[in-house]
Design a protein around this ligand. Structure first.
Ligand SMILES: [Zn+2]
Length: 99
């Protein structure tokens, strides 16, 4: 039986969503480093809260924007964080073979 190949479509999608992934991890990094620096220099609690809130919001929003990447391009079922070569539900190819 021929396996439907969605790896190209999926790769295109990954490319399109890459800025959100950068935003997600970048934001996370800024949050941690920023908080550490602010605590070290004894920043105001109110300032810490504002900073934490804004950064968390950024992480939350970029995380939500990344959700479609975790779904199968064909059956739209949630594939989870670990995406395999094939969709566990409908069996189409998600990732190409490594060369
Ligand atoms: Zn599927």
């Amino acid at each position: 039986m021929e396996v439907e190949d969605y790896s190209k479509i999926y790769q295109e999608r990954q490319k399109k969503y890459r800025p959100f992934a950068y935003a997600f991890f970048g934001d996370l990094l800024i949050l941690v480093v920023g908080l550490l620096i602010m605590i070290k220099f004894g920043a105001d609690v109110f300032l810490l809260q504002i900073f934490g809130f804004v950064m968390m919001l950024g992480i939350f929003v970029s995380g939500i924007l990344l959700v479609p990447l975790m779904k199968c391009p064909k059956c739209k079922k949630f594939m989870g964080r670990d995406i395999g070569k094939f969709c566990a539900y409908c069996g189409v190819r998600i990732l190409p073979d490594k060369k």
